[in-house]
Each structure stands twice: as C-alpha cells, then as structure tokens.
Design a protein around this ligand. Structure first.
Ligand code: ZN
Length: 326
C-alpha cells in the first residue's frame, strides 16, 4: 500500500532535478551570447534589428516581427523545432500582433513559457526601449538559437514544452490603466482561456527591464518562491563555474538567508495570467533603471555584461526546467 502510494506521489508530482555539474560545465559548448553584442557591424547581433521604435501597427513593429519570425524559420531549416504563430487583433484602432513560438513536441502536455514585450512607448518620440524590453527579446532569440540543436535531438522525448511569447502592446498609449496597457497579454490570455491552453502553462516567466545596471530581482509571489530559489541557486553555481561571465553581482537573494519578501504587484504582462492562478515568475528589478521611460533607454545605456549574465542564467534555468540532457 505504501509502495503504491509512493508510486502515485511520484507520478503526480514532478520531481525537480538540479542541473548536473557536468551539464552545467557543458553550457560553454552552446555558444551562448553570440547574438548579443553592441557592435553594429556584427551580423549575428540581434540588437541591430531591434534598435528601432516598435509602436504597435507601425513599420518598425512590422520589421521586428518579421525579423523574429525569420529567425525561427531559419532555425527550422534543419528540421522543425518551432511552431510559429501570430496572434493578430485590433483594439482602439491599432493593429496588434503577439508572436507565439512553441516547441513542436507532440507528447508534451504542459509548457514552460518565457515571455517579454517587443513594442515600445509612443512617447517620447524616438523611444527605443532597449531595457524595455528589446534586451529581453534579444535574450529569447539568442537562447532559442543556442538550444535549437539540443531541442531538435530531444523533441520526441520531451514531456514539457517550451514557448517563447513576444507580446505586443504592453505599453499604454495615453495613461496606464486596465484598458490602456498590456493589450497583447490581455488578448492572448482570453484566447488561451477559451481554448483551455491556459491550463497547460506550468510556469510563466516574464522578463522585463533587464540589461541595465540595477538587476536585483526579489521574489514577488509565494506560489513561485521555489522557482525563484532554484534560479538563485543556479546563479550561484554559474558564478562558481563561469566567474568571467557571471562576475560578482547577484541578481537574486541568497536562498539560505532569505526572508520571503513579497513586494507590491508591479503591473505588467503577467497580470491576467496571475489572476487566473497561472504560476508566474516575474524577472523585473524592484528598482527601475534611471533610463526607464526616457529617451535614454537606448543601447548606449545598457550593460552588456549584465545582459550576458541574464542570458546564461535563463538558458541554464530552461535546460534545468525542461530536464534537457546537455
Ligand atoms: Zn515600459
């Protein structure tokens, strides 16, 4: 009876296995960060293509959307890994398009979602939104390229899928309110609620305002405090294995001396999902960078070292979460 009970528990509870020391060490073989540089002449550099205004429905928005889809189409050329979908809709006279890219693994019922918004504020004119949130989009593009071969080899065995969501319309046009903000997230949430896809999100990780000098991220929600700690542990292990990349700065609180500190809710694309009780890990610094929502939020004011650290950490977290053999 006890054995049966244990078997039952093992079947229904996903046991979280930390990334092995060997797998962690092999991260260096994935060429992480190749697409993340501040060199405008580097043809692999995603930021060159994201370095423009991306107001919903605008030419810049369309160009970036095409760039993102072309990136995943290109990755699919050696065998289909990614299902690429556009979620188009019109609200308040604006055309919006979310881009949803998911691993084509037939047997995975649930998925890890990693999301960021690609649109920019309409004012100030010329606003580039590097930390808000082109950097996070670049990280998602770089990681998808670095993990592509690994995912392709293990697609048939994966019981957890991976989805990257590039949200449109996070920013308000006039003044932030429940009806003037997170257009894309509200739309996709309601679509996925109707189709029951919402229930397949095992964890929703939202990246925002990453890539500046202020990077401390607190644990915002009790529901995902364990995931926060898993990431904090990974950060420390990476710091140990890759000190030249991770440097000394800590993004996360130390789990061992951590007092659960739940900050007030920051309004962002996760809100509709959170309200539907989807587990949300919100990776946004508690102190916003000084360039936030100013014309200085451009690629001259990002910290490339912190971008590369976030990139390593997110890649390691995804590999660990999906239990991908590296
Ligand atoms: Zn913003």
């Amino acid at each position: 009876m006890i054995l049966l009970y244990l078997l039952f528990v093992c079947c229904v509870v996903k046991c979280y296995e930390p990334l092995s020391a060997q797998s962690l060490a092999r991260l260096s073989s994935l060429n992480l960060g190749c697409g993340l540089s501040l060199d405008p002449d580097d043809s692999n550099n995603h930021f060159v293509h994201l370095n423009k205004t991306r107001v919903p429905g605008s030419k810049g928005s369309l160009e970036v959307r095409e760039y993102i889809k072309d990136h995943f189409d290109e990755l699919n050329k050696e065998g289909e890994v990614w299902l690429i979908e556009e979620d188009n809709f019109v609200e308040k006279g604006y055309n919006f398009s979310n881009i949803v890219v998911q691993t084509a693994c037939a047997d995975a019922r649930d998925k890890l979602v990693v999301a960021a918004h690609y649109d920019t504020l309409i004012k100030p004119e010329g606003f580039i939104g590097a930390i808000d949130s082109a950097v996070s989009c670049g990280i998602m593009l770089d990681i998808s390229r670095a993990l592509n071969g690994l995912l392709r080899s293990h697609l048939d065995e994966m019981d957890m899928g991976l989805a990257f969501i590039f949200f449109d319309g996070e920013e308000a046009f006039e003044k932030w309110s429940a009806t003037d903000s997170i257009y894309g997230a509200r739309h996709l949430h309601s679509k996925w609620m109707k189709s029951a896809e919402l229930a397949t999100i095992d964890l929703f990780v939202l990246l925002d305002l990453l890539g500046g000098e202020l990077n401390y991220v607190p644990s915002y929600f009790p529901q995902t405090h364990e995931n926060y700690n898993d990431m904090a542990i990974l950060e420390r292990r990476l710091l140990n294995d890759f000190p030249e990349i991770m440097k000394s700065q800590n993004f996360f609180a130390n789990p061992s001396d951590y007092e659960r500190e739940y900050f007030g809710i920051i309004e962002d694309d996760h809100i509709p999902f959170l309200r539907s009780r989807v587990p949300v890990l919100h990776l946004i610094p508690s102190r916003f960078p000084e360039t936030w929502h100013t014309i200085n939020d451009d690629f001259l004011h990002v910290d490339i070292n912190s971008i590369k650290r976030w990139n390593y950490l997110m890649a390691a977290f995804i590999i660990e979460y999906l239990e991908l053999p590296v």
